[in-house]
Every structure is written in C-alpha cells, then in structure tokens.
Design a protein around this ligand. Sequence first.
Ligand code: AVJ
Ligand code: FE
Length: 434
Amino acid sequence: MRRPELRPWKTSAVSELTAARSRLLRMLEGLPEDALTRQHSPLMSPIVWDVAHLANYEEQWLLRALGAPALTDSAFDALYDAFRHPRASRSQLPLLSPEQAFAYASRVREASLEWLHSLPEDSSTPLLRGGFVYGLVAQHEQQHLETLAATLQLMTSHVYRPAALPRPRPARAAQYEVFLPGGPVRLGSDAPWAYDNERPAHTVHVPDFLLDSHPVTNGDYAVFVDSGGYTDSRWWDPQGFEWLQAQGIRHPLFWLPQQGGTWLRRRYGWVEPLPKDEPVQHVCWYEADAYARWAGKRLPTEAEWEKAATGSDGQPRVYPWGDAAPDAAHANLGGDTWGPSPIGGYPAGQSVDGVWGLLGDVWEWTSSTFDGYVGFKSFPYREYSEVFFGTEYRVLRGGAWASAPVAVRNSFRNWDYPIRRQIFAGFRCARDAR
Ligand code: AVJ
Ligand code: FE
C-alpha cells in the first residue's frame, strides 16, 4: 500500500504552507482596519494578533530553530506568546498594525521558503524527519484560520458575507445505529506529521458498541430544546446545569427563537431558518452530554470514535475511506463552505462499516478527557499538548467544515473546555451493545 509519508516532504511543505496562506488572505480580504484590530469577544484574540502570531510561530520554527537568520529579535516573541497574555487583554498590547502584521507574515514566508530549498531532503534530525516542522507550522496556521472563522462568526460590528462554495443537497438521510464489534483497536499515529499527542500508535481494547450513523442534527436537537430539555436537571451533568442556569442558556449559540416556536439561526451575515438536516453546531460538551442522556444514549469515548473511523476490519486507515487525501466528495473541510452540510451528503466519505460524516462538518465531542497516550513524549514543545493534559478538557474528534485537510485525520485530537460553544462542535451518540 502506498502511504502518504512516502511523498517527498518538500513538495507537501510548500503546497500546504501556500494553501494556508491563500486561505488566510481569502478570509480577511476586504475587512476594514477596525474589524482586524477590534476585540470582538473576550473569548477571542483581535484578528491582527492571530496574523502576527502565526507569522511569529513560523519565524521561531522554520527560521530560528532551523538555523536560519532571524528577522526579529526573540524578545518580540513575548508579544505573540499565547501563554503570556490572555485573549481578552490582547487588544491592549502594542501590536503590529494590520499592514505591518501582513508584511511580517509575508517576509517570514519568503525567508522560510528560501531556507527550505537549502535544506537536505533526507535530514534525520527530529525536527526535519519527514518534514515534521513544516507540517507543524502548516497545521498551526490552519488551526488559527479555523479560530479566525470562529472570531468572524462572533463579530457583530461588521456584516461578514464571504463567498461560500455550494454544499451538497442530498435526499433526506436516515439516522441509524451501526454495530461495532469489540476487540483491539489501533489508536494514534506514527506518521511524520502527526502531533506528539497522537503518538505513539498503540493498541487498546474496546467492547462492542453502537454508534449513530450520522451526527445529531438541528432537527433532532430542536426536539430536545422544545420539550424542555434545558430546564430539566435530570439530563445534565450537575456542573453543567449550574453553568446553564448562571448563564441563562436555553438553546445552542446563534439560534434565535421566533414567535410561534420556530427557530432561526445566524451564520455570519445571514439569518436563516434553522436547517433541520444539518448537524447541530455551537453546542458545548455539557449540551452534547445532556442530549445524549435524554436520548437514552451517551457520547462515545475517543477510542470508540477512532475505532469507528478506522473500521472494524482491523486495517490501518488514515481517513475513514482509506488513505486517499480528502477531496470535496469525501468531506466538508477547508473552510470555504462557511457551514456544515446536511447529513448524507458525502457517501464517498463513509467508513467501511457505514458510519457517515466522521470527518468534516462539525467537530464531535467525546466523553474522554485529554491525556497523553502511554509512552507519550512531548515534542517539540510542552505547550502544544502536554500542559493541557488532565481532567479540565474534553477531546473532540473529526474536524469541522472550517478545519483544513492537513489538520484532520482519524488520529487527530482536538480538545477544549466543556463550556466552549463558539467552536464548530457538534456530536453523535453511542450506546453500549447488550
Ligand atoms: C489544538 C485547537 C486546541 O487553538 O488552542 C494553536 C491549536 N496550538 N496554537 C488551540 C493551537 C497553538 C489549539 N487547539
Ligand atoms: Fe498558536
């Protein structure tokens, strides 16, 4: 079998870095200065912070760490260090202006592509093996573009109506349960561009279980909301119920209740009738967990999710459909659709067991907290993954419409606080088989 890691990594490095940068420019094109510098939400950075931060990250990893001459003094790193300044206070920092930030990003990019060409193809230093550090930087930039997509959705000071690619309009798809037989599951990845938190690939045992064929839709979720689900503590984790009441939350973020009991939702600069057949998004872990309990089910563990994505036949697969790089027929990824597709739109993306929509559309909350796999070794820095290990974060799997293909695979692990709703997260339910 041809494995992706056999491709010449320099070609992938250049094309992934280029894809990320053209997406960045596409997303921010035409936004006025004020939209770029303003704090749209205490949860998010000013957009211009993200732009200079991803440039600075690239300067640190693709220039300084690889022995290339630096463009700025390393003291400058502090300004764009995510651990030094909380998001809510970043607009008060002496940040680069939008023009300076874009110029910084392009100067770094020019220099790093030039440095790339001077490097040996077959270096075996840990940072360069298989082009690891280029994968790190391309994935980092794309992850920040997904964060920017969330910032733009929270923005209310400007109307944002990006050109959106059409999404498939399939015939109504039925939700069913797929039986996944218990047994050993290969989790994680040793692929060259896998993150430290995916390593090492290892085997765990998962008992028989049932998994929903599709993510929970807006229509499904509205039944829970409309039948009083948000006021009945029986369905909720006690901490979640307390949070819900303190915040006065009665429905997913960006839903707008109407007279007569119908729902609208705001998606960027559009207010639309709530599309019943799209996966629900902008629900936090507590909301996902409560729905699952109400439905007599539960959230899957991340091992169950990865088993379903990989397939019950025990064959290793990078994606649910195999090892072919994701294209528009497999999944809704890459950010240009600006929303999830109705369920059932990607028959080519199903798993070998008939589970649909595992990658793309919405991140899927799992019941698992975020921790290192047995044998975890932080690489290349503790602040990517390790400092987040523990019980505070829940793992999300699968990637959303706003996630780039380079940052999505069966083994990819995302994490966030159980109260986070601005991310493009939904879920599907699971059940013990017995
Ligand atoms: C993996 C999405 C949780 O955005 O906090 C960006 C990715 N790490 N810069 C985040 C990340 C450093 C990270 N998540
Ligand atoms: Fe970052």
